[in-house]
Design a protein around this ligand. Structure first.
Ligand SMILES: Cc1cc2nc3c(=O)[nH]c(=O)nc-3n(C[C@H](O)[C@H](O)[C@H](O)COP(=O)(O)OP(=O)(O)OC[C@H]3O[C@@H](n4cnc5c(N)ncnc54)[C@H](O)[C@@H]3O)c2cc1C
Length: 459
């Protein structure tokens, strides 16, 4: 950004100890969980809504880009400050204001770590289902901005399904509220749904009210091994078609199993072509009954081994293995490109076949894992961005992954958002008219395009 920043005014709004301009400090906020790097000109960590509002009012007046940011665990380049400007870091607004048993809701600041909310509500016998693999690090603000999902999305849906109310600071600094504390609310347009998943491009979320459920009393966890990847995909389809909805149905292919075992020795079957990690829940009777149905479907589908976790520790070990996949595959090569193209459930076997073909065609290390039960696979390509020849093949492979997902009736992103990485492909899913409609919404709410410019929309 070539403009001189009003640093004194910014320091007056938030206090000098919340403004960071040193190169080392700016570098710390140049990354997210992708391979991208763009330094902001200044990092600001507001303490409350009033400060966010005044920072935005100033930025709007001066035409300074503002990049909202939670914990930067995003996988689509949503928070990286391309083009410079302000990195607006919301992590200090991390209070859990309320956990309300009677109204079955919680009210939190955007900087609350998702797992801290899980622990706070579970202590009260309540349940907040969205559980991104990054739950121990990511923020509720980032979850709402991406409509984050996670393994439990299969049965319980994604963040969007739990947002009851929001406080949002608009691009020009005005503060608005939408939704509220009621389960039913059809007053005006559904603005909560509009801001949820808006990836920091329409407003800065400063307070979130989420719906809670009763904590399920029992969970059964099992690991099924297959000698053939496609057979495991057929098993997923069979389970989903049988009308049982497990709370999770995760897949890891042989490469994922091998790197995870090298990383942590969790006891996964190294000889398997794929494993499925499945959980059922409810009361004791329901969890056990559904686990028995799933088990017999897995046997029919040809699983070579099925292990039921004997206790919470064994279940926890399996989940630690699953959560280690991202970190483990990052050891294969320095650059990891994580996709989340999603297909209708019936097309999971076809998508897995296409992914394997694409990996072979471009001779790439393509690891398949993810939330397979809801069609949200995470093909990860591990590569080296210093190798231009390999990166050219990667780019072609990514294009073909998106084409495959769309041809099978799916979507570019099930949960990671469009950000910078998928912006060039947006029109292929929305079409010209759909794209024009969301451009109109963006222009109406942020006419000067200061909020997260370059994200979602193709430049
Ligand atoms: C190991 C690993 C596992 C993951 N597993 C999952 C998974 O299972 N499911 C899933 O959905 N995602 C997953 N993710 C992706 C990521 O964790 C989620 O997208 C998460 O919601 C990002 O939260 P964050 O706080 O890190 O947000 P950031 O990365 O900081 O920001 C993400 C986006 O939200 C915007 N934003 C952040 N805060 C605000 C705010 N207060 N107001 C407005 N806009 C805001 C940013 O501008 C950006 O566009 C995973 C990531 C990693 C690294």
């Amino acid at each position: 950004m070539s403009k001189t920043l009003p640093l004194k005014e910014l320091a007056k709004i938030v206090g000098p100890d919340r403004v960071f301009t040193a190169l080392e400090e700016r570098l710390c906020y140049a990354y997210d969980a992708t391979f991208m790097e763009y330094k902001p000109d200044v990092v600001i960590k507001p303490a409350n809504t009033e400060q966010v509002a005044r920072v935005l009012e100033l930025a709007y007046r001066e035409g300074i880009p503002v990049h909202p940011r939670g914990a930067a665990t995003g996988l689509s380049g949503g928070s990286v400050p391309q083009g410079g400007g302000i990195a607006l870091v919301l992590t200090a607004m991390n209070s859990i204001y309320e956990v309300n048993r009677q109204d079955m809701l919680a009210v939190v600041g955007p900087g609350v770590i998702t797992a801290d909310l899980h622990r706070a509500v579970e202590a009260e016998g309540l349940f907040y289902p969205p559980d991104p693999g990054s739950s121990e690090f990511c923020t509720m603000g980032g979850n709402v901005a991406e409509s984050a999902g996670g393994p439990r999305g299969l049965k319980y849906g994604v963040t969007r399904d739990y947002v009851l109310g929001l406080e949002v600071v608009l691009a020009d600094g005005r503060v608005m509220r939408c939704g509220g504390r009621t389960v039913k609310n059809v007053t005006g347009y559904d603005l909560c749904r509009l801001f949820t998943g808006s990836e920091g491009t329409l407003g800065v979320i400063t307070e979130i009210t989420v719906r809670l459920l009763a904590l399920p009393k029992a969970v059964k966890t099992m690991l099924a091994s297959f000698n053939n990847l496609e057979q495991s995909a057929e098993a997923i389809s069979a389970i989903m078609a049988a009308g049982v909805v497990p709370r999770t149905l995760e897949i890891m292919d042989d490469l994922a199993i091998a790197v995870v075992e090298k990383y942590g020795s969790f006891g996964l079957p190294l000889e398997a072509a794929a494993v499925l990690l499945i959980e059922t829940d409810g009361d004791e009777e329901q969890a056990a009954r559904e686990a028995a149905v799933v088990r017999s479907l897995l046997e029919e589908a040809g699983a070579s081994e099925i292990k039921i976790a004997a206790d919470a520790d064994e279940a926890d070990n399996l989940w630690r293995a699953r959560r280690a996949v991202s970190a483990a595959i990052a050891r294969i090569k320095p650059t990891k490109i994580s996709e989340d193209a999603t297909v209708p459930r019936s097309k999971i076997p076809a998508m897995i076949r296409r992914l394997r073909q694409i990996g072979r065609k471009y001779n790439l290390d393509l690891v398949i894992f993810g939330h397979a039960g809801d069609g949200n696979l995470h093909p990860n390509i591990v590569c080296d961005r210093r190798d231009p020849e390999e990166m050219a093949r990667v780019e072609k492979a990514i294009g073909e992954i998106f084409t495959a997902a769309l041809e099978l009736g799916g979507t570019l992103s099930g949960e990671h958002g469009i950000g910078l990485l998928k912006a060039p492909y947006l029109a292929s899913e929305l079409g010209e008219v759909g794209l024009a409609a969301i451009v109109d919404i963006k222009k109406a709410l942020d006419p000067k395009n200061i909020l997260n410019p370059g994200k979602i929309f193709p430049s």
